[in-house]
Design a protein around this ligand. Structure first.
Ligand code: GLA
Length: 384
């Protein structure tokens, strides 16, 4: 059974009626533009056809009760008495409720069923998907307007201030505003969104190293502060404001490590803009070359890759049909992304899986992705 059918039928079994709403919000993969969002720069992600789904109905009180099919667990909280706990999936829901109420929105309680197929902890933004699905649930039952950019900012605030993860805006914004068949060029300063089609006859393949690294948050925060130091040293608000030539003139006395970190961000912004141009021309070869260069920069200058990611990217680049490949997301484990000729996608995945397993002894997971729409709501009249 499909996921939406699952949440609808388990809802119907538990509540003896069809849900009032069905909402979904997708995970994402970033084609290029890594560690640029918190430098006010450019990113080029797409929403993927893996999502979190919630079937729900409003309650007459201010309570929220959600059953997660994946965790086989029911969570509940009161909108008038939101309290932080240490961890757990329900913190994302509470955080979004908190951010919506902080903004002044009057919320109604609801109850429902939740399930998803975005692998968690893989770097495919299952947290952002959960936040945006929750935002869709609240806006639906409370009859609030849906503005994708506003909701992405609220979800980011929930993640930063409630969950305590200092992420940029990319994941929430693509989960909120993705467009089927397209990647989105996002200007993370103005939040302008420009849809760009994927090259014809290509497919985006997500390759999961099946490795997870601890301490990602502290390494991420360290990179963020190195970038801020570099911008301050150069006298600009953000690294986005520097060309490579300007940076090299101004940063000649900056320490070598911080200089390398900043060089990644500055060159990555330029690559991302060129990648969007290449996509507009349908030039898969150029996009692939830029992805390869991005990986080298993340590995050498930003130092957020890992042996497993390098092995997987190496295997991908050597496989038939590959235009380019790179690590994607925060790094230190998780996933790589490859752009592959559609006609060779099957042989590509077999080759990469074999080569990676031979090199590391680990079996990778492979997902062929279609660019999907961002968070949506459906009147769930099909249930029952
Ligand atoms: C994580 C963060 C994003 C972004 C990427 C790196 O996914 O949540 O905001 O910074 O890392 O590009």
């Amino acid at each position: 059974m499909s996921l939406p059918a699952d949440v609808i039928s388990t809802f119907a079994a538990r509540f003896n009626e069809a849900p009032a709403f069905l909402v979904r919000a997708p995970g994402r993969v970033n084609l290029i533009g890594e560690h640029t969002d918190y430098n006010a720069g450019f990113v080029l992600p797409l929403a993927i056809d893996r999502a979190l789904w919630i079937a729900l109905r409003p309650r007459s009180d201010r309570q929220v009760r959600v059953h997660s099919l994946d965790f086989a667990e029911t969570a509940e909280f009161e909108l008038d008495a939101l309290e932080k706990r240490d961890a757990g999936w329900v913190e994302y829901l509470k955080g979004v409720a908190w951010a919506l109420q902080e903004t002044g929105y009057a919320l109604r309680g609801w109850e429902g069923m939740l399930s998803g197929d975005v692998p968690s902890g893989a770097g495919l933004s299952s947290s952002a998907a959960l936040e945006l699905a929750t935002a869709r649930a609240f806006t639906s039952v409370s009859a609030l307007p849906w503005d994708p950019v506003e909701m992405a900012l609220l979800a980011q605030r929930a993640e930063n201030e409630w969950v305590g993860v200092n992420c940029g805006i990319m994941d929430q914004l693509i989960s909120a505003a993705g467009q089927a068949g397209h990647a989105l060029l996002i200007d993370c300063r103005s939040l302008a969104l420009t849809p760009v089609p994927l090259p014809p006859e290509t497919v985006v393949v997500v390759l999961d190293t099946a490795t997870r690294r601890g301490l990602v948050a502290s390494a991420y925060n360290e990179r963020r502060s190195q970038c801020e130091q570099a911008a301050e040293f150069c006298g600009v608000p953000a690294l986005r404001d520097l060309s490579l030539a300007e940076f090299e003139t101004r940063a000649s006395t900056l320490d070598a490590l911080t200089r390398r970190r900043a060089r990644h961000v500055i060159t990555e912004n330029a690559r991302t803009l060129r990648a969007a141009e290449a996509l507009r021309r349908g030039d898969a070869g150029e996009l692939g070359r830029l992805m390869n260069a991005s990986h080298v920069s993340l590995r050498e200058d930003f130092e957020v890759s890992s042996d497993a990611l390098n092995a997987l990217v190496g295997a991908a680049c050597a496989a038939p049909g590959c235009y380019g490949a790179r690590m994607t997301g925060a790094g230190f484990g998780g996933c790589a992304v490859a752009l592959v000729a559609a006609a060779q996608a099957q042989i590509f995945t077999v080759n990469v899986a074999d080569a990676y397993q031979a090199a590391t002894g680990i079996e990778p997971r492979v997902y062929l992705c279609q660019p999907a729409a961002g968070a949506q709501v459906f009147l769930a009249t099909l249930g029952g």
